[in-house]
Design a protein around this ligand. Structure first.
Ligand code: FAD
Ligand code: SIN
Length: 566
């Protein structure tokens, strides 16, 4: 028998590394409901390959990891956020092990050590991994730990539609509110076809990224930017959406789905070459094939355009075949399925949309600008990644900041436990079941193509303006369709994709320079005098996006909610 309303202490939206690690901690303090779109393990986390960056060897140091992260971030990382993440690294790895994650270790005469891999932009070997399936191992362990916890209920095939705020309590409450509050979320139970209310004084957004807004992406189908879209609609501050990271090496297939060829392959000695066998990265960066991702992706893009070719090649044929197979068993098998034996021939690769560095603005305790709403993992903008994320800092960030969010939420729970107002049920009067589902698949593909062609690795003002006009039109059509139609998962995702694509374009148009992952041919240089700052925006009910030109996020570890000037 299904229910229409559930009240818990902590509502967690998303079951990747951010959501599940938060849920496991929060379960010590109260009842936790995790809602998740598909089956519980389906997430970006599940596909992570390379591993987790942490300082765990004697020839490494926190200072070096901090320096590498800041360098990749092209001036926009917030140093205190980076420092917190890096210093928490070893503890996060140990915590994951306590939850049951088994990392690959090396046995030597001196004892057992983590086998540490290397990735682009890192000056040391510091990537803890579980062979080349780190994410799957993390999800396996966390899903098992959560399943065994009596205080956590997991609701699969449940899609969060919107966050519940004063907006849903009527105009009067909205006008009265000095600060917006989140009371939970309306959630579509896909199997039952009903909309439920999940109410909680603490809601954590852990919905991951938005790679699906691009035609070619390493992200699974769930990555449609739902969390950013929901938070934006609810009035939260959003930042830095122009910084979309393209992974340089997704397997190139003209017809199939691209899959990731981990950066760890280059860290292991793999070399990028053009079709005629020339190594080209040393012409672009002193670190060659192991340069930071933005540099490598742009260099590949330039080579492909210059040579009129479809892909470049990642070559490991000079490395011992047995060692390659042992270190990358999953990648080796995946390539074999496409007829490529990577130990004997180079692997065809192209860049693909991979990671959103921007997201819902949080402070160092995971708090958003909406009271009661926290955000962690890829959906959040914690200040750690700046204009370009350093490889394997994402899983680390998720664990480090979900811990901080949990500490703050547990404290605030004591104060807010009894403050939930009466929340109306979901109202779908006046809507109908549409037969026009072809519109959804068509619009979804159109957004993906527009974003790939006009808002990709290299941008220009003209292309961005064209994208803005066309995506704006789709967004208005979808919004109109949404108001008249019974909600379905496909429609909710499309609505969110249109919204998030629109935010990426707006942010890209707003930043009039090139920095990190954002490269605009009309403003090809970095301009620290005017643009050494985050792109922060909120929704304005009258005019759509409102950029907060003078806003500065106070990334301090402060008791008070953080403030930003308008
Ligand atoms: P996710 O793991 O994506 O989880 C999001 C969850 O939210 C999912 O359960 C999803 O179903 C759910 N969800 C979304 N919308 C809704 C909704 N509306 N309602 C209900 N549920 C919803 N990073 C590293 O640090 N190291 C790596 O080696 C690495 N390799 C990667 C390889 C690949 C192929 C990819 C795609 C990414 C990789 N990354 C890596 C990035 C990293 O995996 C992600 O950034 C990280 O896993 C994000 O975790 P998360 O918990 O924030 O989100
Ligand atoms: C990879 O294995 O190349 C992905 C690492 C990451 O995205 O951090």
């Amino acid at each position: 028998m299904s229910f229409l309303e559930e009240t818990v202490d902590f509502l967690v939206i998303g079951s990747g590394i951010a959501g599940l690690s938060f849920a496991l901690r929060a379960a010590k303090h109260g009842r936790v409901a995790v809602v998740t779109k598909k089956e519980r393990a389906e997430s970006n986390t599940n596909y992570a390959q390379g591993g987790i960056a942490a300082v765990l060897s004697e020839n490494d140091s926190f200072e070096l990891h901090i320096r590498d992260t800041l360098q990749a971030g092209a001036g926009l990382c917030h140093p205190n956020a980076v420092e917190i993440m890096v210093r928490e690294g070893p503890e996060c790895v140990r915590e994951l092990e306590e939850w049951g994650v088994q990392f690959t270790k090396q046995r030597t005469e001196k004892g057992e050590f983590y086998e540490l891999g290397r990735e682009g932009g890192h000056s040391r070997n510091r990537i803890v991994h579980a062979q080349d399936l780190t994410g799957r191992e993390v999800e396996r362990a966390l899903v098992t730990a959560v399943r065994e916890h009596p205080n956590v209920s997991v609701h699969e095939d449940h899609v969060a539609i919107d966050l519940i705020t004063e907006h849903h309590l009527g105009r009067e409450a909205e006008a009265r509110a000095e600060r917006i509050h989140c009371y939970g979320a309306y959630v579509l139970d896909v199997r039952e076809g009903i909309v439920k209310k999940f109410l909680a004084p603490v809601t954590l957004l852990a919905t991951g990224g938005c790679g699906q807004i691009y035609r070619h992406t390493t992200n699974p189908e769930i990555a449609t930017g739902d969390g950013v879209a929901m938070a934006y609609r609810a009035g939260a501050a959003i930042a830095n959406m122009e910084f979309m990271q393209f992974h340089p090496t997704a397997f190139y297939t003209p017809t199939g789905t691209p899959f990731l060829i981990s950066e760890a392959v280059r860290g292991f000695g793999g070399v990028l070459r053009t079709r005629d066998g020339h190594e080209f990265m040393s012409r672009y960066h002193p670190m060659g094939s192991l340069a930071p991702r933005d540099v490598v992706a742009r260099a590949i893009d330039a080579e492909l355009k210059r040579r009129g070719e479809e892909c470049v090649y990642l070559d490991v044929t000079h490395l011992p075949a047995e060692k390659v197979k042992e270190r990358f068993p999953n990648i080796y098998e995946s390539c074999l399925r496409y007829g490529i034996d990577m130990t004997k021939e180079p692997v065809p690769v192209v860049p693909a949309a991979h990671y959103s560095c921007g997201g819902v603005v949080t402070d160092l305790r995971g708090r958003t600008t909406i009271a009661g709403l926290y955000a962690c993992g890829e959906v959040a903008c914690t200040g750690v990644h700046g204009a370009n994320r350093l490889a394997s800092n994402s899983l680390l960030e998720a664990v480090a900041f979900s811990k901080r969010a949990y500490h703050d939420a547990a404290q605030s729970l004591r104060r807010t436990r009894r403050l939930l107002p009466e929340i109306p049920a979901w109202d779908d009067t006046g809507t109908f079941n549409s037969e026009e589902w072809v519109l959804i698949s068509h619009d979804r593909q159109e957004i993906q193509s527009l974003m790939w062609d006009y808002v990709g690795i290299v941008r220009s003002r003209l292309r961005l303006q064209r994208a803005r006009r066309r995506i704006g039109l789709i967004r208005r059509e979808v919004e109109d369709f949404y108001r008249r139609t019974r909600v379905t998962e496909g429609l909710l995702e499309l609505r969110n994709m249109a919204q998030v694509a629109s935010l990426v374009v707006d942010c890209a148009l707003y930043r009039k320079e090139s920095r990190g992952l954002h490269y605009n041919t009309d403003y090809p240089t970095r301009d620290d005098e005017h643009w050494l700052r985050d792109t922060i925006l909120v929704r304005s009910r009258r005019s759509g996006v409102r950029f907060l030109r003078k806003a500065a996020i106070q990334w301090e570890d402060d008791e008070e909610p953080f403030l930003w000037g308008l």
